[in-house]
Design a protein around this ligand. Structure first.
Ligand code: NCD
Ligand code: ZN
Length: 345
């Protein structure tokens, strides 16, 4: 197969940042995707509908001329989020989920939740208004091995939460383990998961190949090969609970290549191309469209797009760096080849 035309996909988990960084990266997402669920972990975090509205306007202003791209905003859940904020979010129409970061789990998560009991009132309101909960699923405790934090979270937080709030829609974001695949597959209706391209393409050896490679560090961290295989199996299974979410998370080069480097991989410049590689590796390109363009839209109750994109089997090389405001951004596969190209790029 030398070319592949798909209904236009959506990215159900992306970090677009703000200011000059936003201006540098949003075009990549808008070129490929019709919509994206935009993460709220700015500094300060997007905790209210009013902040989300202003952020939405900044995203729209940063789009290239003529782009037809719709940012779907999210609110950052804190222990002081009021249930009435969910009403405002629902009424606004542009907020499509509320993001739970366990405090300390990842980049800009210090305003997150330490005690789930403190957000039960908000979760109950979300359940009533059918506002999805988007979950960063890790228990960031220092006594828990970094490779076990997702598993611990499933048992201690996620399983009880999906039982307690039986009709709350939940997206378990960027799942990384075979255990998470099993949990989502067996969960009650209304529980889904996103999967990133890096977790489909790599296992944790990539972080240590010949030396320490900060550009392969993201959270949740890459796991074992059998986890990668389980994720690839889920993504290509045709099960509508699993859909595309890149978690593209740009950081300036110096913040990655550092004695204490930031978590996050930038994949937006080649997102759908990388998924095509992953699906092709198991002979399942025929299932890419549903994963990328149908299941997420259906879960979020949004229409599927009517236009298409075309991928061509033509290898290309991302540059060593992209401009990123004042600094530089090292993209995924910098200076290496990618097998598929988006037509027109
Ligand atoms: C994300 C970021 O940099 O904002 N980093 C990452 O490694 N994925 C935060 C997140 O989604 O965990
Ligand atoms: Zn993320």
């Amino acid at each position: 197969m030398n070319s592949l035309t798909l209904r236009r996909p959506d990215d159900w988990h992306v970090h677009l940042r703000d200011g000059a960084a936003l201006a540098a990266v949003v075009k990549f997402t808008a070129q490929r995707f019709g919509r994206a669920i935009v993460m709220p972990n700015l500094k300060p975090a997007i905790t209210t509908t009013a902040l989300a509205q202003a952020y939405r306007e900044r995203i729209m202003a940063a789009l290239p001329k003529g782009a037809r791209f719709e940012p779907l905003l999210t609110l950052y859940l804190t222990e002081s989020t009021a249930p009435a904020e969910i009403d405002r979010a629902r009424a606004a129409g542009f907020v499509h989920g509320i993001k739970l970061y366990p405090a300390g789990a990842t980049t800009h998560s210090d305003a997150g939740v330490t005690d789930m009991a403190k957000v039960h009132g908000v979760l109950a309101r979300m359940e009533e208004l059918d506002m999805p909960l988007l979950v960063h699923g890790e228990t960031p405790r220092p006594d828990i091995d970094v490779f076990d934090r997702e598993t611990h979270f499933i048992d201690s937080v996620l399983a009880p939460l999906t039982e307690r709030f039986r009709s709350l829609r939940v997206v378990f974001e960027h799942i990384t383990t075979a255990g998470a695949v099993e949990f989502v597959s067996k969960a009650r209706a209304g529980v889904a998961a996103t999967i990133t391209p890096q977790h489909l393409l790599h296992n944790r050896n990539a972080i240590f190949a010949g030396g320490i490679r900060p550009h392969y560090y993201c959270l949740p961290i890459l796991k074992r090969e059998h986890d990668r295989e389980a994720l690839l199996g889920a993504a290509t299974s045709g099960n509508a609970r699993f859909f595309l979410g890149t978690d593209s998370a740009p950081h300036e080069r110096a913040a990655k290549e550092s004695a204490c480097g930031c978590a996050g991989m930038f994949t937006a410049h080649a997102a759908i191309e990388l998924y095509a590689e992953a699906f092709e590796s198991v002979g399942r390109l025929d299932r890419l469209e549903a994963f990328a363009s149908h299941f997420g839209a259906d879960f979020y109750g949004l229409p599927r797009h009517n236009d298409t994109i075309t991928l061509v089997k033509e290898s290309w090389m991302p540059p060593r760096v992209y401009d990123f405001g004042a600094g530089a951004l090292v993209p995924f596969r910098a200076g290496e080849s990618i097998a598929w190209r988006l037509a027109g790029t």
